[in-house]
Design a protein. Structure first.
Length: 297
């Protein structure tokens, strides 16, 4: 039985045909000066409706306007970055970590992501249409003594911000986290470590229950003198991580760009092989047991 089978999990309270109209409360830049790109923490007022959600779920955002075929824009899914109580602890808000997508195509034109640009440009008071919530894949187990390994790149930190705030920032009579939370966070530069002051403070304050390791690909070198990617940082703790994965109370979560999966898989394959285990088989079993959670995009 999975940890969440008995839980009341909200799903699709609002559907695309009848979305909830929420309002932007604040839109703050998350990266620090000198960082490449524009990443925002967008806080949205969801009061006045029936919308509720759990940590690890996603929300649909319908950007205004039409696509190139004259149809209304389709919804995009975003991992929720706040706990079910929201950043103000009153259950009336929802937050997202959004990176503005802009790139040059082969013809040299600047292509802008429709929804990411809509969200990063949102001003307080402006409306945003939401659907959902969706997702049961990334929910936290109820067990406050579990080991929670989190592997994030970029805005993939969003669900883990929700996990960690629930574990270490909020007070819950029915959930007092006493296990181990271990975050591996991969970013290109130190200026792009999202939520850095909070993560460092929690790691300092909750040493016994929270470990935090960052891989900064453009500024750190791995053991071979190459770029430090998230799997290289994890490799420094390979034996310890492998031991943790054997425990029936360990859950591993991965969130970020799809490209991260290959590096992690390669690292896991090598690590498992040292114990004469075939990683693919072991991973299948973890998934079957509901202990290997992946959400990449």
């Amino acid at each position: 039985m999975s940890a969440n089978s008995e839980k009341d999990i909200p799903v699709n309270i609002y559907r695309p045909a009848n979305p909830f109209t929420a309002k932007c409360i604040s839109n703050d830049v998350l990266v620090r000066p000198g960082a490449v790109g524009d990443t925002r923490h967008v806080k949205i007022d969801i009061s006045g409706g029936d919308l509720r959600y759990l940590e690890g779920q996603s929300i649909g955002v319908i950007p205004p306007g039409e696509d190139k075929n004259g149809k209304p824009n389709k919804l995009r899914l975003y991992s929720i970055a706040s706990t079910r109580l929201g950043d103000d602890l009153d259950g009336k808000t929802l937050s997202l970590s959004v990176k503005r997508l802009e790139y040059q195509n082969e013809a040299g034109e600047t292509i802008k992501g429709v929804c990411s640009n809509f969200l990063t440009d949102l001003k307080p008071g402006e409306e945003v249409k939401l659907t959902g919530p969706v997702g049961k894949e990334m929910l936290l187990p109820d067990d406050p003594n579990a080991t929670i390994i989190m592997i994030a790149t970029g805005t993939g930190i969003a669900p883990f911000r929700a996990f960690l705030w629930r574990m270490f920032k909020e007070q819950h009579p029915d959930y007092q986290f006493k296990g181990l939370a271990w975050l591996f966070f991969g970013v290109p530069t130190d200026t792009t470590v999202l939520y850095k002051p909070d993560l460092e403070w929690m790691a300092y304050k909750h040493k016994r229950h929270f470990r935090y390791d960052v891989a900064i690909s453009r500024e750190q070198k791995n053991a071979n003198g190459e770029k430090m990617y998230i799997q290289n940082r994890m490799a420094e703790y390979a034996d310890e991580l492998w031991e943790l994965l054997q425990k029936p109370t360990t859950h591993t979560y991965m969130c970020g760009l799809r490209g991260m999966e290959d590096g992690i898989s390669e690292f896991m394959t090598k690590t498992a092989a040292k114990s004469d285990v075939v990683w693919k088989d072991f991973e299948k079993q973890l998934k079957k047991d509901g202990r290997w959670h992946v959400e990449t995009y």
